[in-house]
Design a binder for this molecule. Structure first.
Ligand code: ADP
Ligand code: MG
Length: 254
């Protein structure tokens, strides 16, 4: 499969003060083929979020190359880069980050509208289709205060998918959820990946990572290794995947 994302010699250095700097990514190399579902694990502070933000162009790496569908994004201007993020990437975070002044349907519609690709009527149709797929159709007119954490995360996933991105990034998208809601979100992400969307998740939860196809392990800004689990499917015993992964993580020192 063709790589959808390729980072080479990616470095990120934070300048803390005139004398002090902190190198958080060290010559990271990572390639993600189209359609893959990958996750990144590692201790807190190892640089997982930084990797996700830099590889997706949300933040600017200090040096290195990032190819998204063969297009170099590290040298792209701000306007082109934000348009690219809006149209080709979806983002889900630990908190759903929805707008409190919009109802749930409008929160989903908003980035579709911002991309100016199709008219509002078509965006609303697409949003309703996504909501139905995620089992949250009944919430369309609700305020964001009128939904559970798990439901809000499903709203956030709908919003992330409204422009039909080629890659979906998640930074601890299940981090604030109970295990049932986390599992439901993983069912949805697995389904989305099954329809061809490439997904890259950061998680500290081995149960979540065990449902992805390939798990990267990060320590001190370096990718120390990867564990290939293959695509998960319903026939497979999830416990066997979890066991395999936890043994590997133990070897890696987590
Ligand atoms: P993780 O997601 O693995 O917990 P992060 O990528 O958030 O780790 O952070 C990695 C390191 O970079 C940490 O030591 C963190 O304190 C530091 N860091 C993150 N963002 C900044 C920033 N904007 N300025 C300075 N240091 C930062
Ligand atoms: Mg983080």
């Amino acid at each position: 499969m063709k790589n959808i994302l390729e980072a080479k010699r990616l470095n990120k250095v934070y300048e803390i003060s005139k004398e002090n700097s902190l190198q958080v990514l060290r010559d990271v190399e990572i390639s993600i083929p189209q359609g893959e579902f990958v996750s990144v694990m590692g201790a807190s502070g190892s640089g997982k979020s930084t990797l996700l933000y830099n590889i997706s162009g949300m933040d600017r790496a200090t040096s290195g190359s990032i190819l998204l569908c063969d297009e170099e994004i590290s040298t792209m201007g701000e306007d082109d880069l934000s348009a690219l993020r809006l149209e080709k990437m979806g983002f889900v975070f630990q908190q759903s980050n929805l707008l409190a002044n919009l109802n749930i349907l409008d929160n989903i519609v908003y980035p579709g509208f911002a991309a100016k690709k199709v008219n509002r009527k078509d965006i609303v149709i697409a949003a309703k289709k996504l909501m139905s797929r995620m089992g949250i159709s009944a919430l369309a007119d609700n305020d964001i205060t009128q939904a559970s954490g798990g439901q809000l995360q499903r709203v956030a996933i709908c919003r992330a998918l409204i422009n039909d991105p080629i890659i979906l990034f998640g930074d601890e998208p299940t981090g604030a959820l109970n295990s049932k809601a986390a599992n439901d979100v993983m069912d949805i992400l697995t389904d989305i990946n099954g329809n061809g969307t490439t997904i890259m998740l950061v998680t500290h939860d081995a149960k979540v990572a065990a449902r992805t196809e390939r798990v990267f392990f990060m320590a001190d800004g370096i990718i120390k290794g990867e564990c290939r689990l293959g695509k998960s499917n319903k026939e497979q015993n999830p416990k066997a995947r979890e066991k395999h992964l936890s043994q590997w993580l133990e070897e890696m020192g987590l």
